[in-house]
Design a protein around this ligand. Structure first.
Ligand code: CA
Length: 240
């Protein structure tokens, strides 16, 4: 069981988060201002903090930096109503690990919390290969890729390809290596099938993102084609 500290002054959002996280099996402490949040962080050492940046008493980014100093190994997810990229960047520079822009879906929030806790080791029941790439969450053991809480309808090879690319974001991966890892060690036929699967993967992710973007802005990784070499998964910037 993991302990989540919710720092949110809005009573509607705070109580919704408290009950959703509780139903999902987490212990929850809910505080409504920065001072109380710091006290709880000191006393209870939570595994994950959901931090609203717009707090009544102190600037959210200041609280974020202080929480990071107190909780070196906890995951900090910033919740912001502001859509400017600058706030997101400042949040990440202030020690946050991830952010969600309001309004967000509770399904997406829970998926992110679960993935972060698994990766940080606070929850050991899951698969530690899970990846959070902006709004795209890859649940390897569940063979599920979701964007903004909506599951992308991927075929088996498309999912395997996405998992392989997501293991090394920002790194160029050669065609032969992708073919060997995703298809077969002894593959010696045409590698055109790789391009066909990449095209299908891009299309299905884009279609899912189109649906999910109705609920709010997204950040999505991009599969970049490297002519004469292979592919690279690039982690994208926020799309407002
Ligand atoms: Ca607020």
């Amino acid at each position: 069981m993991s302990l989540v500290l919710v720092v949110e002054d809005d009573p509607t959002i705070g109580s919704a988060l408290q009950s959703a996280l509780g139903v999902a099996g987490h212990s929850v402490i809910w505080k409504r201002d920065g001072g109380a949040a710091l006290e709880s962080a000191r006393a209870a050492a939570p595994d994950l903090v959901l931090l609203d940046l717009g707090l009544p008493d102190v600037d959210g980014l200041t609280i974020c930096r202080e929480l990071r100093m107190l909780l070196s190994s906890a995951v900090i997810v910033v919740l912001t109503a502001r859509r400017e990229q600058i706030d997101i960047v400042s949040g990440l520079e202030s020690g946050a690990d991830d952010y969600l822009t309001k309004p967000f879906s509770v399904v997406e929030l829970l998926a992110r919390v679960r993935a972060h806790l698994r990766r940080s080791g606070a929850e050991t029941s899951g698969n530690d290969d899970d990846a959070v790439l902006g709004s795209l969450i890859i649940d390897v053991s569940g063979r599920r890729a979701t964007i903004g809480g909506i599951e992308a309808p991927l075929r088996a090879r498309e999912f395997d390809l996405l998992v392989r690319l997501s293991r090394q974001p920002g790194v160029a991966i050669g065609r032969a290596e992708l073919m060997a890892d995703v298809w077969d060690e002894n593959w010696f036929g045409s590698t055109k099938t790789l391009d066909v699967h990449v095209a299908a993967l891009r299309r299905r992710l884009r279609e899912t993102a189109d649906l999910a973007s109705m609920a709010g802005p997204l950040t999505l990784p991009v599969i970049t084609t490297l002519r004469g070499h292979g592919y690279r998964l690039d982690v994208g910037r926020p799309i407002a």
